[in-house]
Design a protein around this ligand. Structure first.
Ligand code: FE2
Ligand code: FE2
Length: 151
């Protein structure tokens, strides 16, 4: 799978979870949020450690990549805040809603602006190699998460 296909697959997974949040009652949202956080943690990690640094080497991809990094930064603050909220907090639902709106916007920018530019700059072989690297990093990140959770 090439890098773009892999990242789009992640995006789709997250967007399906967002649809579930919208279609279910609030009592189910905490569990869904945990899944959303898990997906976004690994996704932002592989973008930030492998994909974005590669993009930043190219002048024409620099601005959009720097913007992406800032959007990740904001999303992480939200994820942490949501994670730390008490179960009965009235802030949970509105914060989750804003998180979903922000992520949807970020994904639209990646798929609508960033990825088309990336396809122009990198050839198929490079995209494939990047995809392979990210797949590998995904597995080891997940492993380290599970190991930490057991401590
Ligand atoms: Fe991203
Ligand atoms: Fe992404």
């Amino acid at each position: 799978m090439n890098a773009i296909e892999l990242l789009k697959e992640d995006h789709n997974k997250v967007s399906r979870l967002f649809q579930k949040v919208k279609a279910t009652e609030e009592s189910k949202h905490k569990k869904l949020f945990e899944k959303i956080k898990e997906e976004l943690d690994v996704h932002t990690h592989i973008e930030e450690t492998i994909f974005y640094p590669k993009l930043k080497e190219h002048k024409e991809l620099e601005d959009i990549t720097l913007e992406g990094i800032e959007e990740h930064h904001q999303a992480k603050i939200f994820l942490r805040e949501l994670f730390n909220l008490s179960d009965d907090s009235e802030k949970f639902e509105p914060k989750l809603k804003v998180l979903m709106e922000d992520i949807t916007h970020h994904v639209q920018e990646e798929e609508g602006e960033m990825f088309p530019k990336v396809k122009k700059v990198f050839d198929e072989a490079t995209l494939h190699e990047l995809g392979k690297q990210m797949e590998k990093e995904k597995q080891s990140f997940k492993k380290s998460q599970t190991a930490n959770a057991g401590k």
